[in-house]
Design a protein around this ligand. Structure first.
Ligand SMILES: [Zn+2]
Length: 296
């Protein structure tokens, strides 16, 4: 994150455009950052920019615990004294970020996943009560549960602007990374419906630009998810192991594997397989020491 610019979105809402956008809302007790930069250095630049704008920081709201969103939170909290908030399950991951590569890998994570891209500095986070009132620093905003990409990923609606986090992706990001990380496909699609129904004046994805056409961007995200689901289902057609399915999806979307991609795309493919199985589109059986997937 270099040269931080602050772009205004409404009377009390602005954001720092960045590969992972960071929001800024002038709340009742002071400024609220939405997400926190990639790492301590990103956090330092954000805090400096907030203070240079004449604001004092009251709180940080984390959409979820991925390192590109929470990486600067520990630094910002320790320097400013601001409280940090996230949903309950994401707050658990923020406290023990080694859980990120453990859960994505599904076992002891290889050394290639034990780095700052997967394991952010640990940060004490207050869990926001589901459906309950937000703390005084966030009063007037609304936490919108938008799970799917990650376990308890949550958006923040303030002054007509929805900071959606990774509940949906901007158009350029969808073109570049159609097989983005996915934990729960059905929940992701439900979250898209929730965003479209909210009718916010502006929707800001973490990876993309603000749009007045939130419903349109939701439709675009839905189409991409269904295309990936079709690719996964097609890969099962003649009977396939997980590795076969992964290889077919990688060939389909031109993805080259490395340790990080194997973990992230692999976890995502498992999630799509689970979704398709629950929808009755594929089935699976154990035979000769393998789990074989096939189209129903
Ligand atoms: Zn992200």
């Amino acid at each position: 994150m270099s040269a931080l610019m602050l772009e205004s979105l409404s009377k009390t809402v602005s954001y720092f455009p960045s590969p992972t956008n960071v929001g800024l809302w002038d709340g009742p007790r002071g400024a609220v950052l939405i997400d926190s930069g990639n790492d301590a250095d990103g956090g330092r630049k954000l805090l400096r920019a907030v203070e240079a704008s004449g604001r004092s920081l009251a709180a940080v709201f984390l959409t979820h615990s991925n390192a590109d969103h929470m990486g600067g939170a520990a630094f910002i909290a320790s320097r400013s004294g601001a409280s940090v908030y996230a949903s309950r399950i994401e707050s658990a991951l923020c406290a023990d970020p080694i859980l990120e590569p453990i859960s994505v890998w599904g076992g002891y994570p290889p050394k290639e996943l034990r780095n700052k891209f997967f394991v952010a500095p640990s940060c004490a986070v207050e869990a926001i009560a589901e459906g309950g009132a937000l703390s005084a620093a966030l009063a007037g905003a609304c936490a919108v549960p938008l799970p799917g990409h990650f376990y308890g990923q949550t958006g923040l609606l303030a002054d007509g602007v929805l900071f959606a986090g990774d509940a949906l992706f901007g158009e350029a990001s969808l073109v570049k990374h159609p097989v983005f990380f996915m934990y729960d496909v059905a929940a992701f699609l439900d979250s898209l419906d929730r965003i479209a129904a909210l009718g916010a004046d502006l929707v800001l994805p973490s990876h993309g630009v603000p749009t007045e056409d939130g419903a349109g961007l939701c439709a675009m995200n839905r189409a991409v998810v269904l295309r990936v689901a079709d690719s996964v289902a097609a890969a099962c057609a003649g009977g396939a192991s997980f590795e076969d399915v992964l290889a077919a999806v990688c060939a389909d979307f031109g993805i080259e594997l490395n340790w990080a991609q194997y973990a992230l795309i692999g976890s995502t493919v498992r999630s799509y397989l689970g979704y398709l199985r629950e929808a009755g589109a594929v089935e699976a059986e154990f035979a000769a020491g393998r789990l074989r997937w096939r189209r129903s």
